[in-house]
Structure formats: structure tokens, C-alpha cells
Design a protein around this ligand. Sequence first.
Ligand code: ATP
Ligand code: MG
Length: 382
Amino acid sequence: MMSERAYFPRRELAESIAKQLLSPSLLGGAAPGLFLAAPRRKGKSTFLRRDLSPALEQEGTLVLYVDLWANLDTSPAELIAGVIARALAKHQSTLAKLANASGISKVKIQNVEFTIDRIGKTAGATLSDALQELHSLARKPIVFIIDEAQHVVTADKNMTVMAALKAARDALNSTGDNLYLVMSGSDRDKLLRLVHGTGAPFFGATIHTLPDLGKDYVAYAAGAVVRVHPALEIDNARLAAIFDRYEHRPEFFEQDIGAAISPLAGSPEGFIERLERLATERELVRDAVYAATFDDLSSLQKAIVAELAVPRAGAPRLFTKEALARYSQATKKKIQAGQARSAVEQLRDRDPPLIWKSDRGDYAFEDTGFSRWFQTTFGNSP
Ligand SMILES: Nc1ncnc2c1ncn2[C@@H]1O[C@H](COP(=O)(O)OP(=O)(O)OP(=O)(O)O)[C@@H](O)[C@H]1O
Ligand SMILES: [Mg+2]
């Protein structure tokens, strides 16, 4: 396996989440499962793979992990089935050989052989059968971590996969807590659609927020700086304030620390000022991109963006009579629903898309930073 880059481990958080997830439910194992949300690039996948998975394994479970965004060419259904099939193959010696020889395409379950991309799609061997078989081979509870689970919401046929997973969970858990599902996603709104509303496969489940990396992470970063310049004294509070300006995202923060600490950038004493300047540059770049994106829009598109950005009670409804009246007022033209619809389509077709729609018809910003920029720039009424 390729060695991974250094990171700040969150073992305590992982251990407590693992313990809570696996502790017997008071209500008789009603719904073992966890929904975890956090905005983009805040370290969800890292936490799930490097902290939570080992913590769950430590507790004696078999952990399966799939990132539904890691490979956009493959459907969520196939990705999910593939992970189960590979785990099965590991536990079935003949299949393990086959896997080494040619990659796995077929799995035998209860003496029925089928191709992995059929799991959950055809009658016969179902997702439930596959997981049941895996459970009986592994002889331990299974935790299935589905990263970027909200991705399934975009295509309704994949909601079928979620419904199949839920059915599998219910089937396996009828004889004890044998299957736990952990779902994570970068868009709370989208993830919500898996748990809210009629027909939502995990109706009623709560979505938790993965805590941001905080003071202890900043202390870890300060430690790394001091290892390079042992004489340098770092004000952790000041460094934490800078990390805030990176919106608690470690990637550019660490990259800029690297740039600011470089001997080529200047003397070690100037480190923190240099980092502050780099933070300002990052903010300017981010905001300039948002501003340019917004400027580029037609007046109707702008009005729609405003409609979506201004918080109102309930899910944003873009084509109500009131919304159309607001578009008409903003554009000084009588806007019909059809025009508004095609403007919304254009906003969705941009690359990257500005707004996002589920099969169920709700809309949200693709990048939550955009709505933050909009609100700070225009307040709540442009
Ligand atoms: N605990 C950590 N310590 C140091 N760096 C981290 C940590 N967690 C994440 N990172 C870094 O932050 C970046 C984003 O991490 P990761 O891919 O885990 O986030 P994510 O929330 O899953 O992102 P995405 O929304 O793109 O899926 C990566 O460069 C990763 O190495
Ligand atoms: Mg991720």
C-alpha cells in the first residue's frame, strides 16, 4: 500500500463515536446507523478511513468503506456491490485466487453465482444475501461506511440501492445488531434527503456534524513548524485565528505554512506575518471567483441565486407565485415559470454547477461557500 501523508489523528473522537455506534440500542436495535455531515475538504474521508475504521475494527467489527465520489464513472450501486464482493472474495478462498488472477467479477452466494454489478439489481442474490453471507463468513458485525452517500440522491434509481441497504440492515438486525451503516456527505441538505420526507430510505435518522479540526490540530501544526525552526515561538491563538480564515480546511493551510516557513521566503521570525498575508490572498482569490461567477449571470439567474441564498422557512421553492413575483421585480420583466425553469437549468448545467437539484425536486447551492459569500456581500436582500 502506498504510504499516506502525515495527518493529525483524531483517535479519541473516533473511539467515542465507534463505542457509541456499537453500544446496544435501548430500543432493541431499532436503527443502528450514523449520518455524518461536514462541508467539502474538511477531512471527512480522512477521518472515516484513518481514524474511524481502525477504531471500529478495534471494537471487533468488519469494516467496509466506499466513497461514492471516488469514481464517478461507476454507479453507486456498482461501487457498493463491488466493495461487498471484494470482501466476500477475501473470505472465500477460491474466489480470492480468482480475484488475484483476473479481478473479481463473479461471486458465489448460497451456491448462486452472479456478477457483482448485478447485486441489488436483479432478483435472486440480493444485497441482503451478499451481506448475510459475508456476515456468516466473517463471524463479526459489519460496519458499512458509505462516504458521500448523498451522491445517490441525484439519481433516483440509486435510491433503490439505499432502500436495498436499509432492507439488508433490517434483515441482518432481526437476529441481533449485525449490520451498521455509516453514511457521510459534504452537503447536509442533500444528505437530509436520505432521512427526511416520505419515501426517504432512512426516515427519521439524525444527521450529526463532524466537528471541525480545532485547537488541538492547530497545536499539532505549530509543533510541525517548531520542528523546522526550534527557536521560533508560535502564538497558537494567532495561528488558530489564521486557521479560521482557511475555513478550518487543512489543505491550503498546510500548503501555505510550508510556503511561509521556507527559508526562501524570509527569516523564521517573519513566519506568522507571511502566513497571514497568504491567508488574505486565499480569501481574495475565493471571493473573486464567487464575484466573477455571479457577475457572469443574467439578471434572472441572479434573482434565482438570491432566492436560494436568502434563508426562508422550509426548503427553497423556486417556482412559487411569490418567487416569480420577486424575479419579475428584480429583472423588471414579467417572468413566467417556464423562463425561470430554463434559467435554473442553466445554473445547474454550468461547470462547476452553481446549484443542484435532487430527483425529488429540491434545490441547493453546490458550493456552500457561495451562499456565505452572497450573504456577506449583499446581506439578506440584494
Ligand atoms: N486530520 C487531518 N490532518 C491533516 N490533514 C488533514 C486531516 N484531515 C484531512 N486532511 C487533509 O485535508 C484535505 C481534505 O481531506 P479529506 O479528503 O479527508 O476531506 P473530505 O471532507 O473528505 O473532502 P471532500 O469533500 O473533497 O470529499 C486532504 O488534503 C487531507 O489530507
Ligand atoms: Mg471525501
